[in-house]
Design a protein around this ligand. Sequence first.
Ligand code: CTP
Length: 402
Amino acid sequence: MEVPKKIIILGVTSSISIYKACEIIREFQKEGLDVHVVMTKNASRLISPRLFSTLSGNEVLLDLFEETGSPSISHITLTQGADLLLVAPATANIIGKFVSGVADDALSTVYMAADCPVVVAPAMNERMYLHRSTYKNIQRLKSAGVKFIEPDKGYLACGDEGLGRLASPREIVKKCLKFINKATSLNHKCVLVTAGPTREFFDPVRFISSRSSGKMGFELAEEALRRGAEVILISGPSHITPHRGIKLIKVQTAKEMRTEVMRSFDQADIVMMAAAVSDFTFNTKAKQKIKKRELSKNIKLGRTQDILAELGRKKGNKILIGFAAETEDLKKNALEKVKEKNLDFIVANDVSKTDIGFDSDENKVCIYYKSGKSVLTDKKSKLEISQIILDEIEDIIGEKSG
Ligand code: CTP
């Protein structure tokens, strides 16, 4: 049976380096991929769409409102089967549109409709590239999971020397092929992630909880989804809205989280317990609000069940990852937890530092394995940390299967 060709959507914008897009099409074709070009109006003032349709063998999408005679909606149909959207060359303008959600032409609309990985290869004058607006926009897109292929240094169209030349077509295609492979690296795996805090109520109004925004767990869930996994996210209260491809189960208490984790455990291949599950709960919950003068006689703290330790006892062949937020003796405490809870590894971070961890978009973690092996990261975005964690998990899968 013939394997269907992978489909690339190549977005082309009006940078002088637009001619390199022709070579990008050829390089993809040499690798056996099918390329569909989407152009901005300004790009079509530099190169005729006919050149791209001839080279790619596919119609070019330029005008969303053109009469095609087809009842289907072109930008939606195009994105449905795509394996990757590459924008090369990408101007500062299209990057700005992607960030702000403006969808006023074919390419920005395709970006909004795309479910596949998105790669952007910018090309512009150095001053524009280093402008703080461009820098901020790139950071924001990166934190939304868009990959960037940095431009090279060299001779620019405006006559300046500097940073801003489109990366070489070969380099761009090589990186895109890697991203496509990554997008399927967890295909047929079910990943269960927990996130956020739990709340333990002692009356209808008050509760105790742990500090946690849920960001780390949500990033892990989204990264697993980008790698092709089926993802179940069980989360305590959090303001984050996950990608629509993730099955979100909302819980409040540690007991509810345990019930939901146990319900999904059998189908999971990989479990990451990133939730800050409360260790304490109240023995009774008052039906009415407790009056302050009666507080002491009504409140008795008890322990919750340790969900992760319970999973460790029935782990089998599953990959089980824990998290440890520590304020002292990081290594010692983390290693104890790896052993006690029968984990593949634990992701530990020092929460006494105020610039990372809680509520922050950044973190610095150390991954400890049972064997004593450890992987220390620099301070990085939680998205990048999630990529490191999932790379480690993929290594474990590789070792198990090979
Ligand atoms: N955990 C859990 N159930 C609990 C408490 C914690 O599943 N009732 C999980 C967390 O999701 C985390 C790991 O266990 O992945 C470690 O949690 P942490 O609070 O750091 O450690 P504890 O085992 O609770 O120990 P201590 O509070 O004494 O540090």
